[in-house]
Design a protein around this ligand. Sequence first.
Ligand code: NSP
Length: 227
Amino acid sequence: MSFTSIVRKEAAPYWQGSLRHPFIVQLQAGTLPEEIFRYYLIQDHYYLRHFRKLHQIVADHCQDQELKALMTLSATGLKDGEMIVREQFFEALKITAAEVRATPIAPTTDHYVAHMYRQLFADNPAIAAAGLYPCAWLYGDIGMALSQQPASPNPYYQRWIETYTMAELQDEIQMMGTVLNRLYAASSAEDQVKMVQAFVRSSQLEYHFWEMAYRKEQWLRGDEYDE
Ligand SMILES: Cc1ncc(CN)c(N)n1
């Protein structure tokens, strides 16, 4: 079985859960409280900055020319596409640099970014790439699913949805799947397991990420059980 078929099956609960999560359902309906969207954007700002850096590091370290080219393409696409849209959101919603600095990185955001770096430093570029893949693929699937429904009445939410329906993203997802299937087929049995684990853990963390934003997840203070 190919890598993409295996991981789609293994990660199915988190992908289906993402589509049903109130963050996504309310984003589509236009009822998601704006403060939750704001919190998501601030957390995702940190995520995207590292996500792009990770693509560059994988590109710099991998021998496989096709993977190198795709990682470079994604890093550029992030900078010229998704990250620009996010800057526009920050401007329109008046999210300032001071507000970003004053907002702690939530536990789930921290965990997700740390997980992706761990795959990179503990393993090899194919495993690191497997851990990065759900990001584009899941958002691409969510974008396509939401675009089949009526447009969100909130123009920012609709713009968010449209960011993930672009043909370039769908092409990139397709190409990355083909490369990962080839790398998986050429990997040792041990590395194949690690590639699947990296992908599934990222998918879990994608699901947690909606929940993190929806609950405006905070670090515990340490005095929760004091009288
Ligand atoms: C957490 C997360 N995952 C995926 C994406 C889509 N690049 C994102 N912006 N943020």
